[in-house]
Design a protein around this ligand. Structure first.
Ligand code: BG6
Length: 496
């Protein structure tokens, strides 16, 4: 892998929320850690403003995220601003001229990263202009980082892909899924493939089911317009949730190269059982939040949020049973659920192992199954639930927990997801970005579900804000003889 940390980074959407909250602080962290060699950033957005105003905004975003830093002035001196009209060729000509000057000034070897952090309708047109107006005509590398959503369904994703492929090859496209920047999501592969005790058990002989929950307490906030055309299925399941499923289910790659890992993930996507037509109601549950209370505060229902239709049929919650029809996983349900305005902000993966054949410890009514819990956020770590002898005279069993918490001394230094992803892109490592094949298969899967949901009006709202979703999501597991392990108490209380 080429390690060239010299680059001109052009951020389209540089006055937006993502740039402020994530990108500037992440770039600072790379700079502070001496992982950027020579670099400059051109922030691009519609409205005109002087460089100084932009630099001040960058400074404030770093201050807000990381506190005061001595070298901030030096850091922001690498930032430039250019007002830009995304639809106008002459605007790209100005940008090219400016980029060439900056490139020469900093000796950036013609390496360019184009980061599209803006509304998705601009992705395709910008990529086309970058090529036709000569911005991608460089002697170094050129890479495109593109935020989600990558299309709205399979056909729009294909169209977008065709547009950006005219300017960039697949190897030059870095489709962001920020869950792939999370420490514990990256850890899934290591936990699985670096431990002799798990991999032999990692199949349908020993695992009864896998549960992935990603719950949020926040509502839709000011993103009503986007969310109305998306919903939880497209916003979270098509990307983040299916990516976690793929990492949990894939075969060990023959080596840790980008191509090998991606091809194993793609094989998982290819084995997903397609759920369509009437089956959708048996395998998937949708929900929309009503009013309720979050941390003691009364919150409105989704239909009363700004820019949301009063009769909205958009789901803010989805739960589903995903089946992977291959040799390893046949018969093992992967249950997933995600939603807004739920009881807790938490992402957890629970691997539930099968019960042992008989319980010899008759005084212990029912032995707890062994669980491996991967805590993705807010806490990071793993817990293994075992049974061991209760202290005292009898041979009773009780559950014990072995926990590794990724906190403590190093916690403050755990790099943010975006920092890792930017770093990967600069190094030319696309492993933790989504390949087109993964995007296409996941849309094909999701489209079948949304087709059915679009046709039928749901009885919304059907869960109270501050709850864990509609009752139907519990029934989904109950009919298979399982229940959701409660994410909020998983650390302290595991028995039901
Ligand atoms: C984004 C979704 O991709 O992920 C948001 O668009 C969601 O709606 C967010 O809130 C959740 O990310 P995280 O990192 O807070 O779990």
């Amino acid at each position: 892998m080429e390690e060239n940390m010299t680059s001109l980074i052009m951020i389209f959407g540089a006055t937006g929320d993502l740039a402020k909250r994530k990108l500037f602080p992440s770039l600072y962290r790379l700079y502070e850690g001496k992982r950027l060699n020579k670099f400059a950033v051109i922030g691009v957005a519609r409205n005109a403003q002087p460089n100084e105003t932009f630099q001040q905004a960058v400074k404030e975003s770093v201050l807000a995220a990381l506190g005061n830093k001595n070298d901030l002035d030096e850091f922001v001196s690498h930032f430039y601003y250019q007002a830009h009209d995304a639809a106008d060729s002459s605007s790209y000509a100005d940008l090219k001229k400016f980029a060439d000057e900056i490139d020469e000034h900093y000796n950036l070897e013609g390496n360019r990263i184009f980061y599209l952090a803006m509304a998705p309708q601009f992705f395709g047109p910008i990529a086309l202009h970058l090529k036709s107006d000569g911005l991608t005509d460089v002697k170094g590398y050129k890479r495109l980082i593109i935020e989600k959503p990558f299309g709205h369904d399979l056909s729009s994703a294909k169209e977008l892909n065709q547009q950006i492929r005219t300017a960039f090859s697949e190897e030059e496209i870095y489709r962001i899924d920020h869950y792939l920047g999370k420490e514990m999501v990256r850890n899934i592969e290591v936990i699985r493939f670096a431990n002799a005790i798990f991999e032999p058990l990692w199949n349908n002989q020993f695992i009864s089911n896998i549960q992935i929950t990603s719950s949020e307490t926040l509502g839709v906030e000011e993103r009503g317009r986007y969310y109305e055309s998306s919903g939880a299925l497209r916003d979270m399941l098509q990307n983040h949730m299916l990516q976690m499923v793929a990492l949990l289910a894939m075969e060990p790659p023959i080596k840790l190269s980008t191509d090998e890992i991606r091809s194993e993930k793609v094989r998982v996507f290819r084995s997903l059982r397609m759920i369509e037509g009437e089956q959708v109601n048996d395998y998937f549950v949708r929900g929309q939040y009503g009013e309720g209370s979050i941390n003691g505060e009364q919150v409105p229902k989704y239909r009363d949020e700004p820019m949301v239709d009063k009769e909205s049929n958009t789901e803010t919650f989805v739960a589903g049973k995903i089946m992977i029809d291959n040799f390893r996983w046949a018969g093992v349900p992967f249950y997933i659920r995600t939603g807004k305005r739920m009881a807790a902000k938490s992402t957890k993966i629970v691997i539930q192992f099968k019960d042992i054949p008989i319980n010899l410890y008759y005084q212990t009514e029912k032995l707890n199954p062994n669980l491996l819990v991967i805590h993705v956020q807010p806490e990071e770590g793993i817990t293994l639930y075992l049974n061991a002898k209760k202290a005292g005279g009898n041979m009773d069993a009780e559950e014990v927990k072995l926990t590794f918490a990724n906190t403590g001394a190093n916690a403050m230094n755990t790099p943010e997801g975006y920092e890792k992803l930017l770093y990967d892109c600069m190094r030319g490592d696309a492993t933790n970005f989504t390949h087109w094949d993964e995007v296409a298969y996941s849309w094909a899967f999701v489209d079948k579900i949304s087709e059915v949901w679009q046709k039928t009006k749901a009885d919304f709202p059907n869960y109270a804000s501050g709850s864990m979703g509609p009752k139907a999501a519990d029934d989904l597991l109950e009919k298979d003889g399982f229940f959701w392990w409660p994410v909020t108490d998983l650390d302290v209380e595991i028995c039901q």
